[in-house]
Design a protein around this ligand. Sequence first.
Ligand code: ADE
Length: 234
Amino acid sequence: MIKIGIIGAMEPEVEELKKEMDLTAVIRKAGMDFHDGTLNGTPVVIVRCGIGKVNAALCVQILADEFKVSHVINTGVAGALNPRLDIGDILISRDAIHHDMDVRIFGYRLGEVPQMGFLEFKADEKLMALAKEACEKANPDTHVMYGRVVSGDQFISSKEVKEHLISEFQGDCAEMEGASIAHGAYLNNIPFVIIRAISDKADDSAEMDYPTFETAAARHSAALVIELIKGILP
Ligand code: ADE
């Protein structure tokens, strides 16, 4: 059975989706409100997980255990690392990496979770393709590209850290939940995709740009998700 878990870290990232859905119940767990119902007829659970990797991981596990979701979509905003991404553009994850995992002392690569055997969590190819199609329909004037999401418990707002994330990980955008959602989805065998609208350039101007563009960017990403779930058929 299809049931899509849709996660945003903050309220603007989920509020448009919640407005559009037909709500059956709100179930509170771990301080998060899980909105269970349908969106254009498709069963969904929409939830604001809060900021950061721990919140995101807990949220995915609850979606897996309590709601038995078949797919996970993460919608939200991110700082651009790739110079081809401008504020307002959309990045669809090809994969995701924890940029703050460092066990190099025992021979692991920077970003590699020990004993996983790989560095990057790969997004579901079908969801990636559907997300791109949906973006072209929902936001036809928006530049959209596939790329790598790098996540850590850190707001990136300096040129030096940005350069490090590009040179070490070839990251395309930086945010604070995606890799945890990817990691949790992988462990539970659930296909996932991360969709992020660019709110800032993750550099010295990020502190100014982020509050200015956050809401509009979050809505952009949410509009795409509404279109995307129409394409996920049983
Ligand atoms: N989310 C949006 N912009 C971000 C940034 N610059 N760093 C981390 N998370 C973000």
